[in-house]
Design a protein around this ligand. Structure first.
Ligand code: FE2
Length: 451
């Protein structure tokens, strides 16, 4: 009998579903790709339906369903945080609690109820810790027999970053940093202050940083102020945030704008307003600080695991510029990064965690590639489907029987300065849907990157 495990991430942002059949990742999809609601955080009904269909498995045949975090532990963190910061947190407390009572506290019941639409069998429902899901998503699909695992994000239940060691013996957590001290939340605070959306616009902040002037006095002062006032960075890469400047633990905003304005001398940038040099310099300053913290963490991970391999996941691992700095620093011989490093990838990690940790099943390592199928894990469409869409929207088209003819036309259009969209094969899983490339070299020196 086939062993099917359904992984789910939902109810925060980037809901997704993934399915493993006998330990092989068959399909994964993010709900937003089906519902067309960006970062859809609802129950991923469309994604679950798709992965079950792709796997050819009925819901009632599943061995287990695994959610990507422990809701009760997360609730405990919220309660303790509000308690610890009371009465400052009263505004956020009052607005957040009814939602949590209704939805998060009764997550198990809510999930069971929602899952009934797929079948009535009582399938065991499992809840690993949030960072274990990230760690499993980084290690199990990687091409390494053993590796140091670094997970960095905003926050899960309590942990905001972990260093673990993955091997045939499972995943051993060696170090953890706890909320409210969080590199992800620090980066998100700057995302917010620079007028971008939290949990979404972080890539814009990363993209803005190279426009900053690395030699200007302003950038240097910004960096110094970040490191003396906002965050205390230890040699091992662990951090302490000065909570006088942050409102995410107590209110519904990220930063104390009055204090930030006094510190940096610029007001919070209004979303969609003009971007000036000082915004770019501030973006560069926090990107630089983030990179130095990530490198220090990578060094610590190497020191305590003695591994030559590093795998990464968690939202901060989507900062590909910081990742490239780890690579260039030569701390590890090989690096592999989960393409869906954010919370959507938690669905994949949770499923792997169930298979290898809960059910103690052996792992088959794909040394020459990985177990993500180059992240091509989503639906694909036949020529017939495409024709149907063309007819529906009355779009014009040319049909090329020969691939060379098509490439010739496309390259000519590109040379003329046109922008080309290319649609082919299965949909990718992960936010950087730009194709996965395998660099040249021997299997030992291969590195995988999103291009
Ligand atoms: Fe996360």
């Amino acid at each position: 009998m086939r062993m099917g495990i359904l992984g789910i991430s939902a109810f925060y942002h980037d809901s997704a579903a993934a399915i493993l059949i006998d330990g092989e990742l068959i399909a994964a999809g993010q709900e937003e790709r089906f519902s067309r609601i960006k970062h859809d955080s609802g129950f991923p009904a469309h994604a679950i339906k798709y992965v079950l269909e792709e796997a050819g498995m009925e819901y009632n045949e599943l061995t287990a369903v695994i959610f990507y975090e422990k809701p009760l532990l997360k609730f405990e963190r919220l309660l303790e945080t509000y308690h610890g910061f009371a009465p400052k947190g009263v505004v956020s407390f009052v607005s957040a609690i009814p939602l949590w009572i209704k939805e998060k506290l009764f997550m198990k019941k809510l999930l069971q109820k929602q899952l009934q639409q797929f079948g009535t069998a009582k399938i065991p429902l499992l809840f690993p810790e949030h960072h274990l899901s990230h760690a499993a998503s980084a290690f199990y699909p990687s091409p390494f027999e053993e590796a140091a695992i670094l997970t960095i994000d905003g926050v899960g239940e309590w942990a905001t970053l972990t260093i673990s060691y993955g091997s045939s013996g499972g995943i051993r957590v060696l170090k953890e940093l706890h909320f409210p001290h969080s590199l992800g939340l620090l980066y998100s605070a700057f995302t917010y202050y620079l007028g971008f959306k939290v949990n979404s616009g972080e890539y814009k902040l990363m993209g803005l940083a190279p426009y900053g002037n690395p030699d200007s006095a302003q950038t240097k002062i910004f960096k110094e102020k970040i490191l003396t006032e906002l965050v205390d960075v230890r040699e091992d890469g662990s951090i302490l945030l000065n909570m006088n400047y942050f409102d995410f633990a107590t209110r519904l905003t990220m930063t104390n704008n009055r204090k930030w304005e006094a510190l940096f001398g610029i007001p919070r940038r209004k979303p969609e307003s003009a971007i000036s040099q000082e915004h770019m310099d501030l973006a560069l300053a926090i990107q630089d600080v983030t990179e130095s913290i990530v490198i220090a963490l990578a060094r610590t991970a190497q020191k305590i695991t003695h591994s030559k391999n590093l795998v990464l996941a968690g939202g901060v691992a989507l900062n590909c510029v910081a990742n490239s700095k780890i690579l260039n620093a030569g701390i590890f011989d090989h690096i592999w990064i989960q393409p869906a490093a954010g919370d959507a990838g938690g669905a994949v990690g949770a499923a792997f965690a169930a298979f290898h940790i809960r059910f103690k099943k052996k792992r088959t390592v794909r040394l020459l590639s990985d177990s993500m199928n180059y992240s091509y894990l989503g639906p694909q469409y036949s020529d017939k489907d495409i024709l149907r869409a063309i007819n529906k929207y009355e779009a014009g088209y040319d049909y090329f029987k020969n691939f060379d003819d098509l490439s010739l036309v496309v390259s000519k259009k590109m040379a003329e300065g046109n922008v080309i969209g290319w649609f082919q094969d299965r949909m990718e899983f992960g936010p950087r849907a730009l194709g996965t490339e395998v660099s040249s070299g021997t299997p030992e020196t291969r590195r995988y990157k999103k291009s």
